[in-house]
Design a protein around this ligand. Sequence first.
Ligand code: UGB
Length: 586
Amino acid sequence: MLIKQGQQHLFADWPDSGVDDVKKMNFFSQVERLDANYPGGLEAYIQNAKALLADSKAGRNPFAGYIPTVPDGEHLTFGEKNFLEYEEIGVKEAWKTAFVLVAGGLGERLGYNGIKIALSSESTTGRCFLHLYIKSILALQRASIEGNEGAKNTCRIPLVIMTSEDTHAKTQQLLIENNYFGMLSYQVVLLKQEKVACFQDNEARLALDPSDKYIIQTKPHGHGDVHTLLFQSGLLSIWEKKGIEWVLFFQDTNGLLFKAIPAALGVSAQKNLDVNSLAVPRKAKEAIGGICRLTHENGTRMVINVEYNQLDPLLRATGHLDGDVNDASGFSPYPGNINQLIIKLGPYMEELARTNGAIKEFVNPKYKDASKMEFKSSTRLECMMQDYPRTLGASANVGFTVMDAWLAYSPVKNNPEDAAKVPKGNPPHSATSGEMAIYRANSLILRHAGVEVEGPKMETFNGQEVEVWPRIVWSPEWGVTYSTLKSKLLGTCSVSQKSTLVLDGKDIVLDDVNVNGTLVVSAVEDAKVKLHSWRVENSGWVIESVNHKDTNFPEEVRLRGFTIKRLDQEVINIEEAGNFELRQKL
Ligand code: UGB
């Protein structure tokens, strides 16, 4: 097969048999693995590469012939009537949902040495992203079956984590060391993506490792692998038998994500969407893809993400002379894809069976010069999970849900230097902004619920000017939806800018509570706590700036550019089940 596919060069330097035989066997073991992992095998992979490399050399745009227009979707505003209604529907759907976290990326842009899901989502509680995600899923699981006693013992929402060679062992270790953060071990399945073979030239000749002629060079294939792996794993039919109807895909470092999930699930269910992409208003040229309706000259249409580097040229090529620009609203008319997808299981299984789990790919060779004859370094095919709808037929019901960015999206992707260079007004997507966005969202949500939350102070960390709101953090079970959270806030409550408020427990009610300092309330699962007329006045926890080059601090602290100094706090810790009505002695 290799010879037929023009790969003779692989064997050009091979010595006679009897020499390096073990290495030669290992070479073929690698070929077998590469063959088994790709839908259609290595032969299909090489053929796909030949076609895509030819297109790339000829400068053919993958969207040539398509006209982009702004698609219709659901636009939700936090706290409004339809948002609340969708949340209610969505929570009921949660137990019929499988969650899939793509966490195979090394995070080169962030420049962090560990795995990104082990980073703290915020440094007030130090809860890491994976902990936050699992707690959020467990909170949804519980809320979803509330009042349904029969389901209580059987409902276990599945979580799949796609890992890669770079992240697998550390992800496994993080889960085991933390007892799966409260999930049952069988609830969590790790699927490891493998790398794909690299090519050295336009003829799709496989590239050998420069230091070993018996090893084919490999590189990551991209997050689109998640669909292939799910198809190959056999999990989809197991889920179907268990009554799962939705598969929800999400990325590794978005601390806001679960605030948007109940409503987005509600939209999927209400509109019976085959695919629902979660989106946020997008600033023109912001480094996130734009969701477009693409209509081909031949009449075919699709609603699809167009990556930010392709959107501008596509618009210019189709009569929009200024390319990717903001409209009168101050945002691009194309909603920003945040790569959180909800896919309906039944049609998903049918589609993957039809495509053998394959996802549309692309190639991005870096050429040595304009003649495009040689590559600077080897290249490979890549794929993205949001490209799943590209093979769907015209009858597929593909939609999207736009929510406020402050509520739904603030990932941690960029290192401090790059983040500091992001133009003012565009989000820096750094560890600094990711954490501050959580405090801001929680402050705005409490404000919406009637709490007097003092506004932010502007401060600069790692060269990025950010709003510093009161550090308000709650565990996911306290605020699964806005309505449940609101019902736990009574009387006149207030939180000053210098304050920290941590609520860790499901049933914590604040009735006339004023915080000017730090208050930490935690309660075990079956404890109901009500704080009446409570005043907190202490020096609290303060944020201290840290230079990201100061190696006296751990890498994670340097990434954020600040640390929290705990000066004083009031702690209420309820460790037994029961009803606790607490009134402050004045
Ligand atoms: N990932 C994997 O699991 N495996 C891989 O091989 C690669 C990545 P990036 P990207 O949210 O702002 C996406 O690198 O791909 C995981 C969308 O394409 O953080 O540059 C990885 O661990 C873009 O449209 O993002 O851009 C992480 O969880 C926009 O939505 C996830 O895949 C952009 O994200 C994303 O990987 C965004």
